[in-house]
Design a protein around this ligand. Structure first.
Ligand code: AP5
Ligand code: MG
Length: 210
């Protein structure tokens, strides 16, 4: 399989994590979610987690000075040599420039979903703390337990309506400009994220020519 450096762009709740899991399984490349890394640091109460928490709880971005170093360190690990998928990074033009200077992405997939569809996706999201799978309550027979491993499902702290509104504002102000940035670079691929999960996956693979 060809080495692929991928970036998933898209607003909160677009389905970046859901699709990244499948794409990484299919391609055998590591899934690097900055949000997941921050949440692990918060659970472990590390200095990085303590710093990140205040920004995440407010629906803003963790400063570039913290995030860039964390991601470049992760990308220097040996499993990234044959490619990687970045989910939720970059989110600012400065982050995109830092990434370009380290490893230019081969393809940037923008998963687009209108704001009005996102609130119910996020308020209804549940995650399994054991196996990491993401669900929506509309598809769960038992809303308390993971259908795969049986662990108690949890709701993310930032999936409250007021925080979701702030995250959407942050996305439009700071991350949406990356669509034009990558269009100009010739690496942008747009995918309709309002289709069902299987069709979004098929569209992504088709855009990648796989
Ligand atoms: P992060 O964890 O990346 O959150 P986000 O970007 O807000 O995106 P989400 O994880 O909420 O959504 P998703 O697109 O992954 O959707 P999912 O697949 O789960 O970041 C969290 C915070 O960390 C940020 O706010 C920021 O503070 C900080 N941070 C992270 N990266 C940073 C960076 N680079 N710089 C600075 N700060 C950073 O799906 C959502 C729901 O929809 C689920 O219930 C799912 O089942 C459902 N769903 C998925 N696909 C479909 C579909 N096709 N149809 C119907 N429902 C669907
Ligand atoms: Mg996610």
């Amino acid at each position: 399989m060809k080495e692929l450096r991928l970036v998933f762009l898209g607003p909160p709740g677009a389905g970046k994590g859901t699709q990244a899991t499948r794409v990484c399984e299919a391609l055998g490349i590591p899934h690097i979610s900055t949000g997941d890394i921050f949440r692990r640091e918060i659970r472990e109460k590390t200095p990085l987690g303590v710093e990140a928490k205040s920004y995440i709880d407010a629906g803003g971005l963790v400063p570039d000075s913290v995030t860039n170093g964390m991601v470049m360190k992760r990308l220097s690990e040996s499993d990234c040599k044959s490619g990687f998928l970045l989910d939720g990074y970059p989110r600012t033009i400065e982050q995109a420039e830092v990434l370009d200077s380290f490893a230019k992405p081969d393809a940037v997939i923008d998963i687009s979903v209108r704001d009005e569809k996102l609130m119910s996706r996020l308020t209804g999201r549940r995650e399994c703390p054991e196996c990491g799978k993401v669900f929506h309550i509309s598809a769960l027979a038992d809303q308390e337990k993971c259908p795969i491993c049986g662990a108690a499902l949890v709701q993310r702290d930032d999936d409250k309506p007021a925080t979701i509104r702030s995250r959407l504002d942050t996305y439009h102000a700071q991350t949406e400009p990356l669509i034009a940035y990558y269009k100009a670079a010739g690496t942008l691929h747009e995918v309709d994220g309002e289709a069902d999960r299987d069709n979004v996956f098929k569209s992504i693979m088709a855009e990648l020519g796989i």
